[in-house]
Design a protein around this ligand. Structure first.
Ligand code: G2I
Length: 457
């Protein structure tokens, strides 16, 4: 089964990964590590969520990264980002075969510099297709879609924690049917074909199906998505997670059975994510309930709000977010932070143990080059590593990681992974002879990467 070749321990990875971003944030601001479960309450959303083994993220509009008021809140409060528009099909492939990664890469770089996890949104969608794709059909469209999935997932390989592989493929209302679209008309198997292509291109990313109006357990649309995920799991289609957008604005409200929906999806063996949360007029109760529901479901990995300030929202007139237009915290912010701080600390792992220092790996004999490891920055939950290659200008270096540790980001090389996700082959990509990567400790703070080989050419 394609699914069984997944890297083991992915959920453990995230959970433990974030437990101590909390401590990192506090270190930066307060100069002291607060152990999970201790009496001190975290003072930011990301730090508090991390203490609960979750992330708290936001959609980011790259153009706003120049706005220092915006970026100050982003960097202070959030430990996960989703590109609001910059990774959509029309943004990345405006003309067929011509990819434009500039803005998306800028967001990924910003996230990396801040230790934030990145959700990719979205590889295949009926909406926001560039004109050339809108005009396609049949096999031509299917192949163009699969090529887009492959190219984009390959470009971002090593940078993306979760991909929204397919977005909004089901119809609203009582039919429980797929949404009619040019993609759907290429054949009902277009969704699983997209997931398989994504897995092949980036075996290290978790692959999600993402949709709105799948919050109420009784809705036909929710049931239809549930049955698709159940079917995918039973047939080994590689799906790891379901994203509930949760736009509780306009036509749909927070349903009292939301927790049932989250836990029902989770019981299928997938993680659940709240991917685009916003709530009309930002009522404190509904925000608090969403947080409590996520915390009550172990496989609910985190919450992403769909923008930072009300003025950043796609529905700004509804004031649905946690910060007002001046960047002030709203009552909903306080409710969310309090709910996070009141949540239960995950029972396992002790990622606050200081990791050992020094250089644990000795470069082994190599095939025409030598790879030298330089340990980089260490945070409570993760650490950076640089590898410098000498003796060759083009090379491939094989690096092994000890599970449950997991590489979460790489730079200055082109990585591929074995099926376990624990062995990375990094190839030179013209950006010099030093590459780097971030490894999540996931509860194992002592293991360090091992260089298995360095091969010239
Ligand atoms: O519609 C809300 C969200 C529903 N789920 C999928 C999400 O991807 C979607 O996000 C929204 C963005 O928040 C909007 O910002 O998706 C819209 C359509 O892609 C985005 O709107 C677009 C406008 O349609 C464009 O005209 C505009 O150029 O935003 C673009 C950038 O401001």
């Amino acid at each position: 089964m394609a699914n069984s070749s997944r890297a083991p321990g992915r959920s453990r990875r995230l959970r433990a990964a974030l437990v101590v971003s909390a401590a990192v944030g506090l270190l930066a601001t307060a100069g002291a590590v607060v152990l999970p479960g201790s009496a001190s309450a975290a003072s930011t959303l990301g730090a508090s969520a991390a203490e609960r083994g979750r992330y708290f993220g936001t959609a980011v509009a790259v153009s706003r990264l120049n706005d220092s008021a915006y970026t100050t809140i982003l960097n202070r409060e959030f430990n996960q980002v989703t590109a609001e528009n910059e990774m959509k099909i029309d943004a990345l492939q405006p003309n067929q075969g011509q990819f434009n990664y500039g803005n998306a890469d800028r967001l990924v770089q910003h996230a990396r510099s801040q230790g934030m996890l990145v959700r990719g949104h979205t590889l295949a969608w009926h909406s926001q297709q560039p004109g050339w794709m809108q005009n396609m059909s049949g096999t031509t469209l299917r192949n163009a879609m699969l090529n887009h999935v492959t190219q984009v997932a390959t470009h971002f390989r090593g940078q993306i924690e979760w991909w929204d592989v397919v977005n909004e493929a089901f119809a609203d209302g009582s039919s429980g049917a797929r949404r009619d679209s040019n993609l759907q008309r290429t054949g009902n198997d277009w969704i699983e074909a997209a997931f398989r292509a994504a897995r092949q291109a980036d075996p290290n990313a978790d692959l999600c199906y993402n949709d709105y109006n799948i919050d109420n357990w009784n809705d036909a649309k929710t049931q239809a998505v549930y049955r698709m995920v159940q079917d995918f799991k039973s047939r080994g289609v590689p799906i790891d997670c379901v994203g509930l957008q949760s736009h509780f604005t306009g036509g749909s409200n927070y349903p009292s059975n939301y927790r049932t929906t989250l836990s029902s999806f989770a019981a299928l063996g997938v993680d659940v994510h709240i991917t685009e949360l916003d709530i009309r007029n930002a009522p404190t109760d509904a925000y608090r309930n969403v947080v409590n529901d996520c915390l009550a479901v172990a496989r609910c990995k985190g919450i992403t709000v769909w923008g930072i300030r009300d003025s950043d929202s796609w529905r700004s007139s509804e004031n649905p977010l946690l910060f007002n237009g001046s960047g002030q915290k709203k009552p909903a912010y306080d409710a969310v932070l309090a709910a996070l701080n009141n949540g239960t600390t995950p029972p396992t792992g002790n990622p606050t143990t200081p990791p050992p220092t020094g250089n644990p790996t000795t470069p082994p004999p190599s095939g025409g080059c030598t790879a030298t490891v330089t340990p980089g920055q260490v945070w409570g939950d993760r650490y950076n590593t640089s590898v410098t290659v000498s003796g060759a200008s083009t090379w491939s270096v094989v690096v092994a990681i000890t599970a449950p540790q997991k590489i979460s980001a790489t730079w200055s090389g082109s990585p591929t992974w074995d099926s376990s996700g624990n062995v990375m082959t990094m190839r030179s990509n013209g950006s010099g002879n030093t590459f780097g990567f971030t490894t999540m400790m996931n509860g194992n703070s002592s293991a360090r990467p091992q260089i298995r080989s360095c091969t010239a050419g």
